[in-house]
Design a protein around this ligand. Structure first.
Ligand code: NDP
Length: 436
């Protein structure tokens, strides 16, 4: 704790994984050798740098950039970039740590990393975003490479930002190295279904969980927090499975739409126009209401399935108790660590089917690995082919977590299953690579 002072999110993520490992080391004490667990909690490398850029008024602005290269035992570091004013080294470390186990769960040859900046893209012009991305990449490019470290998107980083960062990387290196970034647009080496993958993947995972309990999404009432990339494509897939999504949100509040979210309108408000969620309620009219964040939380809305897809610690113990009281049967974490430890405890104690983020939202990075495969073979797969692979990867992750929980005497505990299965794969590789 002293070595990682002032990093509560990192402590929280490490604590949750270590809590699950008691059963593993009881069965396989060799994982205690060679300080393996201590090494797995220590990032291999952390880069912190200055990002100077000029705004539209001619004023020089300074932001801080981060890249935490957490673990490369299974392959090149892989994980997104986040642009949000709350970003600090502790948040990037928690995300990189989670990413290491998530990537292991996909079964693909990718290590774990994460990066970002405390830059706030809200209200910035296109030209400002471009200058910022170029300045960031002017430093970061020397630390990346398709065999070294492969970033992607996250909060505040979508196709536009990835384009600007990749463009600057290409210019500085004088190399068209498509596999150095994922989440690229189709026209310059992106993969079909990558944009949709995290939201679709979480929905496939929850569908598998519901099926183990003899049910499915059809006719269920669903609440999805956030209205960004993960939320929008979760809503799309849930609707295609027959579920009715009645609420979504952004950081200003949430909308409750009794008739079910109108996805085309939501995409227009959030993707095309980049407006606030209250605009959705205003344009939708009857049956849709906007509730500001100081007037209530989205978790007060009664539902069968909850899919927190905004940010870390957005769902508290109190929220979880309300969801349980209202009869929730399943929770799928689209975001990274959206439920507080207290909330996770409430769900597990109440017997709610609970899919932890590192398993449920792995569809994005899995499809990123498919994008790397397509780049390496200079190929481009159809949407159907890519989605079929994604669906089978998500069912595979579900089954691995389910089976592992069973093997370790905790049937139905997906948190334990995900932590143990992810840990064992990374730990096995680290043992074979020696003390490095
Ligand atoms: P986006 O930037 O596209 O959307 C984020 C959404 O969450 C927005 O609606 C945003 O609202 C809301 N939000 C962000 N911060 C807060 C906050 N502090 N309080 C309330 N609402 C907030 O990001 P993504 O959809 O890509 O990411 C969402 C989550 O999913 C993150 O935890 C991310 O790490 C995780 N994830 C993403 C993957 C991906 O492929 N994109 C892969 C795996 C996990 P507002 O616009 O008002 O800020």
């Amino acid at each position: 704790i002293r070595r990682n002072a002032g990093e509560p999110e990192f402590h929280q993520a490490v604590h949750e994984v270590l809590e699950s490992l008691g059963r593993v080391v009881a069965k396989h004490p060799h994982y205690l050798d060679q300080a393996l667990i201590e090494r797995i909690c220590e990032p291999e490398r952390q880069i912190i740098f200055r990002i100077p850029w000029t705004d539209d008024a001619g004023q020089v602005q300074i932001n801080r950039g981060f890249r935490v290269q957490f673990n490369s035992a299974l392959g090149p570091y892989k994980g997104g970039m986040r642009f949000h004013p709350s970003v600090n080294v502790g948040i990037i470390k928690f995300l990189g740590f989670e990413q290491t186990f998530k990537n292991a769960l996909t079964g693909m040859p990718i290590g774990g990393g994460k990066g970002g900046s405390d830059f706030d893209p809200k209200g910035r012009s296109d030209a400002e975003i471009m200058r910022f991305c170029q300045s960031l990449m002017t430093e970061l490019h020397r630390h990346l490479g398709e065999q070294t470290d492969v970033p992607a998107g996250d909060i505040g980083v979508g196709g536009r930002e990835i384009g600007y960062m990749f463009g600057q990387y290409k210019r500085l290196n004088n190399r068209f190295e498509a596999g150095v970034f994922t989440g690229k647009a189709l026209v310059y080496g992106g993969s079909r279904a990558r944009t949709e993958a995290t939201g679709y993947g979480n929905t496939y995972f929850v569908e598998s969980m519901l099926k183990t309990n003899g049910t499915d999404f059809d006719g269920k009432t669903v609440v999805v927090s956030g209205s960004g990339n993960v939320a929008i494509y979760s809503i799309e897939k849930v609707q295609s499975f027959g579920g009715k999504v009645i609420a979504c949100s952004d950081s200003s509040g949430y909308v409750l739409d009794e008739n079910g979210i109108d996805l085309a309108l939501l995409k227009d408000v959030k993707i095309q126009r980049r407006e606030r969620i209250s605009e959705y309620a205003r344009r939708r009219g009857q049956g849709a209401h906007f509730i500001a964040c100081d007037k209530g939380t989205i978790w007060d809305v009664p539902c069968d399935v909850a899919m927190p897809s905004a940010t870390q610690n957005e769902l508290s113990g109190k929220d979880a108790r309300m969801l349980v009281k209202n009869g929730v049967i399943a929770v799928g974490e689209g975001a990274n660590m959206p439920s507080t430890p207290d909330a996770v405890k409430v769900f597990r104690t109440a017997g709610v089917l609970f899919a932890p983020g590192k398993a449920a939202n792995a569809g994005g990075v899995a499809t990123s690995a498919l994008e790397m495969q397509q780049n390496a073979s200079r190929d481009s797969w159809s949407f159907e082919q890519t989605e079929t692979r994604l669906a089978s990867i998500m069912r595979g992750i579900h089954d691995t977590c389910y089976q592992t929980a069973d093997d370790y005497g905790a049937p139905g505990d997906y948190v334990l299953g995900a932590n143990i299965a992810g840990f064992v794969r990374v730990a096995e590789s680290m043992r074979m690579l020696g003390v490095i």
